[in-house]
Design a protein around this ligand. Structure first.
Ligand SMILES: Cc1cc2nc3c(=O)[nH]c(=O)nc-3n(C[C@H](O)[C@H](O)[C@H](O)COP(=O)(O)OP(=O)(O)OC[C@H]3O[C@@H](n4cnc5c(N)ncnc54)[C@H](O)[C@@H]3O)c2cc1C
Length: 516
């Protein structure tokens, strides 16, 4: 006899959305989370009175996230701040207030560069396309199939195919003559992300990036509340190590086994955590095809980030004005686009781009007259022999603590290009490494958004539709940023809804009761 209708493993945004839908449909749902709180890559934390967003600092809706949160009754309980981006280098300093603003600023910075105009003509086309098919509130597949909307897609299908490759991005950027600018435009963003994302990000940065006032953890608390209000049960500090078969036929899962040895029986299971762990431990490699195991275990992942969390003796007002009233100023010390790895040199982080993140009075709390600033860039869990820790083991070595502090100070020094005298204003500082992300989310190598976005090497792009949602057990579905292309918050949220539909025996994109 199953104790629950569904056990959902992992309380990141994907697991939470899925669990909320299932509980709302009257299922007896247990949500298991290895951390002490929900949120996964979107969790927050408080130290010395300063509260920080630990990983993700804001996200896109693309007509998916907001409607689903609204459907769950969470969107309207939350204030939303539109994020503003600013890009700064030795040659330019501009706000991403629209594609025209970006093009004008780049043309002013590189007046002899003939390629900017044709490149941005096509970026504008992608932006127009996105604007016409989806807004923060509408996405063609999720909402009504108005024939006019679908027809508008048809002439663009061939282009969409081309736009969805990195190779096309390389081709498009070849019109840029200046090798530094060409390299920057060809490679900024996640590793080798396709042209559609390169062009699409300018559009999203301008029109569709959002922050839940009060912080990411506040949003997750609301989701958890929604789940428990619908009768769901949640258990924290509960690591699931294995899902075991129901019987000797081994076609169906019977129980989730926790690190404490408890077996929790259910009719259905949803696994909303790291995919490598699913293959190597939760289900076990012996149940997957060998080719698939090899591919999934060795697949390149999205970059991990290093975050410097600063509590500053500087008011929100002062910090916001120094940052130029942008919530996300980016600083580029050069036009190299570096992706740190195990062999990167010791000073790599002092040459990386930086994202400075600050939401003024909408940021999570800081003591009166103080503020918080989070500085981030790409890093790698394997860098310097796992940051001088020799592996993931915890407690960390003293050398690890020293190295992460040194990297933090290097990044602070670089950030002083935007916030002069920053170091003198620090009241609290901590550094989150990819090892920290791995520890708190269990995402392999501290990966931030699922598989690498390059279409030729992303398993979720190349496997047929929904194949990474299915698992060797019929009643165990994978969910989250690894299971649905391309990854990130949008995929995680949409996947939460799709998997809830599948568990309920409905079509993946079927409307759930109460859907808007
Ligand atoms: C620094 C940073 C910046 C980002 N920026 C953006 C952005 O701008 N836009 C965007 O779209 N995305 C961004 N992302 C990515 C985005 O945050 C993630 O893709 C998304 O939150 C993934 O949600 P998820 O629920 O699929 O997985 P996760 O958030 O990883 O949640 C998985 C949960 O499962 C739990 N878990 C795992 N294994 C087990 C187990 N065995 N037993 C019990 N519990 C388990 C984990 O503890 C975790 O809580 C960013 C991420 C980071 C780190």
């Amino acid at each position: 006899m199953a104790e629950y209708d569904v056990v959902v493993i992992g309380a990141g945004i994907a697991g939470q959305v899925c669990a909320c839908y299932l509980a709302r449909e009257g299922k007896r749902v247990l949500l298991l989370e290895q951390n002490h709180q929900s949120g996964g890559n979107m969790s927050g934390f408080t130290r010395n009175g300063f509260t920080f967003d630990g990983g993700d600092q804001s996200f896109e809706s693309l007509g998916i996230v907001f409607p689903i949160l609204a459907d769950l009754g969470v969107y309207e309980t939350q204030d939303w701040i539109k994020a503003r981006y600013r890009m700064v280098s030795a040659d330019f300093d501009f706000y991403i207030d629209g594609i025209d603003a970006v093009e004008d600023a780049l043309r002013r910075a590189f007046p002899n560069e003939p390629g900017i105009k044709p490149l941005f003509a096509e970026v504008r086309e992608v932006s127009g396309f996105l604007q016409s098919v989806c807004t923060p509130w509408e996405f063609p597949l999720l909402h009504d199939f108005r024939p006019s909307r679908v027809l508008r897609l048809l002439p663009r299908l061939a282009r969409l195919k081309r736009w969805s490759t990195y190779r096309y991005r390389e081709t498009a950027c070849r019109v840029i003559r200046d090798p530094r600018l060409r390299n920057w435009l060809t490679n900024i963003g996640y590793y080798k992300m396709p042209y559609l994302f390169f062009a699409g990000f300018w559009h999203l940065w301008a029109h569709d990036y959002w922050y839940p006032a009060g912080g990411m953890q506040a949003l997750h608390r609301r989701l958890t509340q929604r789940f428990t209000d619908s009768g769901g049960e949640v258990r924290y500090n509960t690591l699931v190590t294995r899902v075991v078969p129901a019987d000797s036929s081994e076609r169906r899962a019977g129980a989730a086994v926790t690190a404490g040895g408890e077996e929790i029986r259910a009719a259905q299971f949803v696994y909303a955590g790291d995919y490598r762990q699913l293959v190597e431990g939760i289900v076990g490699p012996e149940r997957f095809k060998p080719r698939q195991v090899n591919e999934l275990v060795n697949a390149r992942l999205t970059e991990a980030l290093v975050s410097v969390y600063l509590g500053l003796n500087m008011s929100n007002h002062e910090l916001s004005s120094v940052l130029g009233d942008a919530q996300h100023p980016f600083f580029f010390p050069n036009y190299d686009v570096l992706f740190p790895d195990a062999g990167s040199p010791r000073d790599i982080h002092s040459r990386m781009w930086l994202a400075l993140n600050h939401f003024g009075t909408e940021s999570p709390s800081a003591p009166e007259g103080n503020s918080t600033l989070t500085i981030q860039t790409y890093s790698s869990a394997r860098w310097q022999n796992y940051w001088d820790n020799g592996g993931y083991h915890h407690p960390r070595s003293p050398e690890y603590h020293e190295l992460k502090k040194a990297v933090g100070l290097e990044m602070v020094k670089l950030a002083e290009n935007l916030v002069p005298g920053l170091r003198e204003r620090i009241a609290y500082m901590d550094v989150g490494t990819p090892l920290s992300l791995h520890r708190f989310t269990r995402n392999a190598e501290g990966s931030s958004g699922g598989w690498c976005y390059q279409e030729t090497i992303s398993p979720v792009f190349r496997f047929p539709a929904l194949n990474l949602i299915r698992t060797p057990y019929r009643n165990l579905h994978a969910c989250g940023h690894y299971a649905l292309w391309p990854g990130g918050v949008i995929s995680a949220v949409l996947c939460g809804r799709i998997v809830a539909n599948l568990v309920l025996g409905r079509l993946p994109l079927a409307r759930l009761n109460g859907a808007t």
